[in-house]
Structure formats: C-alpha cells, structure tokens
Design a binder for this molecule. Structure first.
Ligand code: PEP
Ligand code: MG
Length: 743
C-alpha cells in the first residue's frame, strides 16, 4: 500500500493541473480505483430532487445515463445516513438497487462515502470490486479523506458541459453587484500568447516600428479614457494611467528591444517580455500586486493587435451585451457603449481586479473567477447575477423571463423609490432618521447625492490610497477630499483616517508575514506607528474643509485610551501648525468607530474626549463572533443580527444615550432591512450605507412606526438564534405588507 498522504497530494495536484471539469472527475475516479485496487470507482452528484447522478466512473461505462432515484439503493443510503457503508456482499443488503444494464452483478463488494459541503450531502464516492470482502481500512480511510477534498470540486462543477445544455450555471466571486442579461461577446484576450516565433530580418526597422507602436497605443488609451466620459472618477482614471505608465516603463520597453536584437520578430519579442513581467507579478504574495499581471497581459495584447492592424476589439452593438474572457480588459469595457453593457464575466481574476473596480464604478454587474466554462459561445444569451456571484448561460425561456421580470421590477422600483429622493426619512409616527452615504471612490459621490443622501457617513480614505502606486502627497489628498467637501457643501462628512491592514492592502506598502492579519497592524494601530502619514492626512482633511464647518474625523479600529489621546494630541498639533501657516482653521469633530469589542466597555471613559461614535458593524460582528468576514467557509454563520451582536450594540446605544453622544451605524447592517428595524427600535437615528441601498431603507422607515420597531425589538431581544430573529422580523414585514420592496 502506498503512503496515503503522498498519494492524496499527488491526486489533488494532478487534478489541479487539468482544466476541464470532466477531465478532473475522470482523473479522480481513475486514480482512486488504481490506489484501492477497485474494479469500479464512481462519483455521484445529488440534484435538487435528491436523485444521484453518475458524474464519472472507472469501470461502469454509463456516466450521464445512470440516475438513482432519491433514497434508493446503497448510494441513496450513504447519502441519507451521512456515513460510510463498506460491505463484502452488496447484493445481499436490503437496500441494494440494481441499475439495469450496469453489469453491477459482476461486483460483490461496495464501499461508499458521502460528499458533504457546508453540512449538506451533495453526492457520494463509491468503489466496488469483484472480491467478496469489504475494502481494507486504508482504502476506506483514503476514500473518506479524498471525499472531503472532492466535495469542493464537485460543488463547483457546472451542471453540464454540453453545448446545447440549458441553464448552464457557474459560480464565482462577486465583482460588482446587480443583475444583467445580454448576448455573449467572447473576447479573446490573450491572442499574444498564441503567436509563434520567427526570426527578425530587419532589426533596426523593427525597433523603429516598435517605438511608433508605443506612441500609437498611448494615444489609443487616451481615446478610450475619453470615451468613458468626463464623469469618470480619479480612481478609475488611474487605471488608464497605470497602462500609460507601463508603456513608458523603460525596463518593459527595453526588454522588447533586447529580444528584437536577439533575433525575435516583434510579436515574439513582445510575447516573451509580457510573459516575463506577468510571471513576476503573478508570483507576488500581495493579492493586489498579483492582480496586476492582468494589466501587463492586456497591454501586451493591445500592442499586438495594434501591430497586426484592425485595433478595435468590438465595433457595432445593437443590443445589450455581456463581455466574457479569461480576463476582460478595461479596453474591452471601454469599447462598448455604457448603456449596452449588461455585464462582465471573467474566468480569472478577483474582486481586486481593475475590471471589477471599473464595473463597480460604472454600475455594471460583474462576476469574476468563474473558471473556464466549456460550452459558452459568442451570441448566446447569458445572465450575470453580481449579487449572488453566479452566471447562467443559455437560460431556458422560463428562467430568462424570470430574470427579465426581476430586472423590470427593479427598474420600476427604482423609479418609484426615486420619488422619495427629496422627502425626509421619517417614520409614520414622525420620528426623524438621518440617512447618509458610504463612499470612497469619487465616482460614488454623485450616486449618493442622487439617492438623497444627507451627507457622507463614512468616507473610506483607503480607497483613493489603494488605486495609486505611492502614498498621495498632502496636496494630492487635499484635491481629492475637497471634491467631497464641495459636493456635500453644508452637509456633514465623516472622513475616516487611513484604515489599511487585514484584508485591505496598499500595493506599495504590503503588510505581510502576519499570522493573524485581522488582529494585526491595522487601522489606527498602523497610522499611529506611522504618524507622519497620519499627520499628512489630517492636515489634508482640515485644509480641504477649510471653508466648511462639516468635517468629522473618524478613527478606525480603536481599542485603547492611548490611541484616543495620541490622536487628539496629533489633531491639536495639526490645527496649531496650520494656524501658524496662516489658515483660519476650524477644528473638526472627532469620533471613534466602535468595531473592536474592547471599545464598547471603554466608551464611558472616552465620552468627554470625543464628539460622536460610529458603529462599524462589519468588523464588530467579525470580532464578537470570531468569524472572518471574508472567509466563504464560515460565511453562512456570519450575521450581524446574531443575538450576541444585537445585545452588544444595544449596550453601545445605551451608553451613547446616557452621555448624549451622537451615534451612527455605518457597516452593512445599516442597509439590511431586518437589522434597520431593530436599530431603530434601539434608538439609532443615523444610518450610513451605499447609495444604491438608500432609497429602499428610506421607504422602509417611512412605512414603519417607531412604536412598531420598539415592540419588535423587545420581542427579538428575547430570542437566542439568528434564524428565529430573521423569521420574526420578516413575519412583521409580511404583516405590515412591506414585501413589495423588501424581498
Ligand atoms: C465596518 O467594519 O463595519 C466598517 C464600516 O469598516 P470597513 O467595512 O471599511 O472595515
Ligand atoms: Mg471596519
């Protein structure tokens, strides 16, 4: 018997090397049958009707045809009992179920293990052998261990890979929210990688062509940037700057020339250079930097297309389209009129890709990292569901009609909610609530105002820091913050000091080698250790708001009095410096985020030193529940209406009331209807959320009475689990007939 761990590693690695799901599952069943000396190894997947479909088999030549009815046979029993069944004589078991034509009668023994994902059975792995004895313990252990790895692969397999298959689904990572339907345009984004090599006849002539090409593509990028319109935010414009910077990068351009001089024709020299630089970035540890390899590949292909002639990626469009590619380039997005771009799907990439950043800023639904999907072809219809991070290719008429209905309903709803824009968020019994917006990209400023935001409740300054290549200077920050101040003239703006670390990394200052980044050097801990950055930022904020009495500075991740005191000292120094420089300084209000549990208990120590508090429910829930907010494995357990979170938030609200400390909530909780009712019941009167969610929350507040919210909260505070809490509130929504808008 071979070493189990080594064998497992070998199989998992081999599976990772093959791309198509059919090949993956076939490789798995072949390897397992070899390892266990089984005559048959079969992999089953359970469908919604609880039937078991044979996905792949070594030994039974019928995948795709064998379907075991729900609860039938030994395979059904494995799924039902959720444990291994290992028998020497399967046919004598009362649950044995013979599949016609399978020739299973040849095999005596049977060992089946369930495949489980997120606590639910999703399939089964079965081995059979002609020997009439149970499989040995090593084989059983291997099946059990492999099944846990397999469950992940099987759950990510598309339901079918056939071209004509309807409702071909795939899941990925959320790139940008929203739902879109359109015709597929497959962009072959890596033509350069396919070019063959050939020798260069005229080296000096080729180098001259290369230099011209750089100029030509430089102006093409400028035109694309213009095509996207003036309302582009600085952060999105920075993506185009990144391309221009690459074009001007001497190490990049020199390497192409070096390869030409070494005898390669221009496309060959370009391919080698792009391959080299993309590889450098791909190998980087920092996820933001790693994602930058896409920029290099996009640029390489753009140069290649320009050299080949016929540059435009797509020209004429008459109906909504969805762009699909291994990595949809920013140029491809720019080539489609924005009103016809229904969505973006990338086989690769992450939510940090520039593609996702741009899609978000343009309000185009995007799903990233779906993996390569066989069967998708240009011209087919596809649904992009950016909310749920999945796509449906070739939907049936019924499914497409359902999504069109959702789209129409959303449009109608938007129009209806739009009418509330200038009306106050006031409950039926006349309690006023202030609704603010969360922002960070300059592109988000107008949506906030358009949706009726009464100010900015959270400006995440790390976002303008993230889309750059170096720390912005004081003057550069003044320019960015001033745009916010001017847009929200006379309205409050809560600017948070730089909140990096944990899952938020700067490309030029990666914080690595931390075993526990969520508990590490982040937020105010980082900025107080880099006080020069904080001083520059605070000075820039005060300068940007010099004529406006509306600046509130918010400190992230505060957990000690030392941090509060040190910041106050720094703020006093900054005000003094600027006064000495001749400015008429208005001292901003200062507040702390309540997002580390330690802040809750200490709030009463700080109430005289600060002017307000803001509850960051995203991190607060993460730390109270010890559940990583970005870990998809524990995502179903993460919920901000968990009783532990609700009771702690109530404690914060009570403390703030006692000391007359203004309080707001600025995490995702503030835009979740279930949570909002409970927050209102506690006495929260200030909520900050993304612009897109604001109209719905305003509608909810205007449809409720505070008395109803308070009564509901009283009942909910006695409940000990999330499911019942959500049920109770949703029942109340039904009773109040609020389902039209909240679903
Ligand atoms: C929060 O933690 O709730 C919050 C608003 O901050 P961020 O999501 O930016 O960490
Ligand atoms: Mg936070």
């Amino acid at each position: 018997m071979k070493n189990l761990v080594l064998e497992l590693t070998r199989i998992v690695q081999a599976v990772a090397m093959v791309e198509s799901p059919e090949e993956q599952v076939k490789l798995i069943v072949d390897s397992i049958s070899e390892y266990t000396s089984a005559d048959v190894c079969s992999l089953y997947r359970m469908n919604d009707q609880l039937e078991m479909h044979l996905l792949a088999s070594h030994g039974l030549d019928m995948p795709g045809k064998v379907v075991i009815p729900a609860g039938k046979g030994l395979v059904g029993r494995v799924a039902q009992t959720k444990h291994t069944i290992n028998l020497g004589d399967a046919a004598s078991h009362p649950d044995f179920y013979y599949v016609q034509g399978s020739q299973e009668e040849l095999y005596k023994s049977f060992c089946g293990v369930p495949l489980v994902r997120n606590g639910k059975v999703i399939g089964a792995l079965v081995v059979q052998s002609a020997l009439a004895e149970p499989f040995n313990p090593e084989s059983e252990a291997m099946l059990l261990t492999l099944a846990s790895q397999l469950a992940f692969i099987v759950s990510n397999l598309p339901s079918s890979t056939s071209h004509s298959e309807k409702n071909l689904r795939a899941s990925g990572i959320r790139g940008a929210p929203g739902v879109g339907i359109g015709r597929v345009i497959l962009c072959d984004s890596d033509e350069l990688a396919q070019v063959a090599d050939t020798s260069c006849e005229d080296i000096e002539g080729t180098i001259a062509i290369w230099r011209n090409l750089l100029l030509e593509v430089g102006s093409e990028i400028d035109s694309e940037r213009k095509a996207l319109g003036d309302e582009l935010s600085d952060s999105v414009a920075a993506i185009f700057d990144a391309y221009q910077m690459l074009l001007a990068d001497r190490s990049f351009t020199n390497m192409v020339e070096k390869e030409i001089r070494a005898g390669h024709w221009l496309p060959g020299a370009l391919r080698l250079t792009v391959h080299y630089f993309a590889g450098l970035f791909r190998a980087m540890e920092d996820p933001y930097l790693r994602a930058r390899h896409e920029d290099i590949q996009h640029l390489g292909n753009k140069l290649y297309r320009a050299w080949r002639g016929g540059s435009a990626e797509h020209s004429s469009f008459t109906e909504p389209v969805v762009l699909i590619a291994p990595q949809v380039s920013v140029s491809a997005i720019a080539s489609v009129p924005p009103e016809l771009l229904a969505g973006v799907i990338s086989f690769e990439g992450s939510s940090l890709s520039h593609t996702a950043v741009l899609a978000n800023a343009m309000g185009v639904p995007a799903v990233m990292g779906v993996g390569e999907i066989k069967g998708i072809h240009s011209g087919g219809l596809v649904i992009v569901d950016g909310n749920e991070a999945h796509i449906i290719f070739n939907p049936t008429k019924v499914v497409a009609a359902e999504y069109r209905r959702i789209l129409r309903r959303e449009k109608k709803l938007v129009a209806k909610l739009d009418q509330l824009r200038d009306l106050p968020a006031i409950t039926r019994d006349e309690h006023r609530v202030q609704l603010l917006t969360n922002t960070g990209l300059l592109a988000d400023i107008t949506p906030g105002l358009n949706s009726g935001a009464e100010g900015v409740g959270l400006y995440r300054t790390e976002i303008p820091f993230m889309v750059r290549d170096s720390f912005p200077t004081e003057e550069e920050q003044v320019q960015v913050y001033r745009k916010v101040a001017e847009a929200y003239l006379g309205k409050p703006v809560y600017m948070r000091t730089l909140d990096i670390g944990g899952d938020k990394q700067l490309p030029y200052f990666p914080i690595t080698n931390e075993e526990n980044p969520a508990l590490g050097w982040r937020g105010v801990r980082f900025t107080l250790d880099n006080i020069q950055l904080l001083m520059t930022q605070v000075r820039a904020m005060i300068r940007a708001f010099i004529d406006h009495d509306q600046l509130h500075i918010l400190l992230p991740m505060v957990s000690s009095t030392f941090e509060v005191d040190t910041f106050i000292q720094l703020l006093d120094d900054a005000c003094l410096q600027l006064q000495e420089e001749g400015l008429e300084v208005i001292r901003p209000k200062i507040g702390v985020m309540i997002e580390v549990p330690a802040a809750i208990t200490q709030l009463h120590f700080w109430h005289k030193k600060i002017d307000f508090v803001s509850i960051g429910s995203n991190d607060l829930s993460q730390y109270l529940l010890s559940l990583d907010r970005n870990n998809s494995r524990v995502a179903p357990r993460y919920d901000h209406v968990h009783p532990a979170v609700l009771h702690e938030i109530k404690r914060v609200v009570n403390t703030a009331k006692r000391y007359n400390l203004p309080l707001s909530v600025c995490g995702e909780m503030a835009s979740d209807p279930v949570a909002v009712v409970l927050l209102l019941g506690m006495g929260v009167r200030k909520l900050s959320m993304s612009a897109a969610k604001l109209p719905q929350i305003k509608w909810l507040i205007r449809s409720l009475s505070m008395a109803e919210a308070e009564a509901l909260l009283k009942r909910v505070m006695k409940v000990d689990n999330v499911e019942r809490i959500r049920q109770k509130v949703n029942k109340e929504f039904d009773r109040l007939e609020l389902r039209e808008v909240i679903h």
